[in-house]
Design a binder for this molecule. Structure first.
Ligand code: MEV
Length: 299
């Protein structure tokens, strides 16, 4: 069996599509995959099933994945621990776990560069113009800095980050949300370019806060990032409400994570995430705790 994890984006979604850096972290919840060679290529994700050549998006993604791996037909079964379409990287986790499982089934030596590039081909079928941050984070347990130009690099974390993750809306399509920002840029380039520039500054400051364990500062930067994302029209009433509930319950900062338009919000907590999760649940937002572990000794 092969595995890959889901992700949260701490800061920088959407701007990362336009070349600036973003900060993401892998989370424990992810996807498990089993694969074996078969006469016909098929994939099963819970109750959903697709075949190569059935004309579905999932079927096309399966073909792209197997072609990138130069593999013949395989049957792949996925067990998903994340809600799909919530901005938590479910599709990248599925693509990477599936690619790893196919390589494993073929007895190929573990080759994560190859699995990552196949997961990238899978993602392009769903997302059109993905930056690659979701697949990079699916392969990564800690915090990472990612840009299109430089790829992923490990980001030192000075103090454990305790996060509440809550679902603030129905699933949304990353492709549609990214296309929405691109359309806004065609009409109002100066608005989107200013937003991207602003987010780049927040990301640079957030990197320092994560390294030094300044969580109060990081929370404020997350709130500012959320304001800019609202200005790009990727937030929703439910996302704003969930962020407000989390802040009122003591969170240091809160924002949407991923593409927005629904899906998940993350709230940075000053201690355990439980009180914030309880307040969110009381307001009708189900969620779970996620921790990004410190890996740097503070002076
Ligand atoms: C989606 O998790 C993150 C976006 O920035 C899209 C991308 O980077 O591919 C919205």
């Amino acid at each position: 069996m092969a595995r890959a994890n889901g992700k949260i984006i701490l800061l920088g979604e959407h701007a990362v599509v336009y070349g600036v850096s973003a900060i993401a972290a892998g989370i424990e919840q992810g996807a498990n995959a089993r694969a074996h060679s078969a006469s016909e290529a098929r994939i099963r994700i819970g109750e959903r099933e697709a075949r190569a050549g059935d004309g579905s998006e999932l079927g096309h993604a399966l073909i792209a994945l197997l072609e990138a791996l130069e593999a013949g037909p395989h049957e792949i079964a996925i067990e998903l621990e994340l809600p799909a379409g919530a901005g938590l990287g479910a599709s990248a986790a599925i693509g990477l776990a599936a690619a790893r499982a196919v390589l494993e089934a073929r007895g190929a030596a573990a080759d994560d560069a190859r699995a990552l590039s196949a997961a990238g081909a899978w993602e392009r079928v769903f997302h059109g113009n993905p930056s690659g941050i979701d697949t990079a984070a699916a392969a990564h347990a800690g915090c990472l800095l990612f840009s299109r130009k430089d790829g992923a690099s490990e980001l030192p974390v000075g103090r454990d980050l305790e996060l509440a993750v809550a679902l603030a809306g129905p699933p949304a399509s990353t492709r549609l949300m990214v296309e929405g920002v691109a359309r806004l840029r065609e009409r109002r380039a100066e608005v989107v370019d200013k937003a991207v520039e602003g987010i780049a500054t927040l990301v640079a400051q957030a990197k320092a806060c994560i390294e030094t364990g300044d969580h109060a500062g990081l929370g404020r930067l997350m709130d500012l990032n959320q304001m800019i994302l609202s200005g790009l029209f990727v937030s929703t009433e439910a996302i704003e409400r969930a962020c407000g509930v989390a802040r009122d319950a003591g969170a240091l900062g809160a924002k949407l994570t991923g593409a927005g338009g629904g899906g998940a919000v993350i709230a940075l907590c000053s201690g355990s995430a439980e009180p914030v999760l309880a307040a969110l649940a009381a307001a009708g937002f189900q969620g779970f705790a996620a921790r990004v572990r410190a890996n740097r000794r503070l002076p």
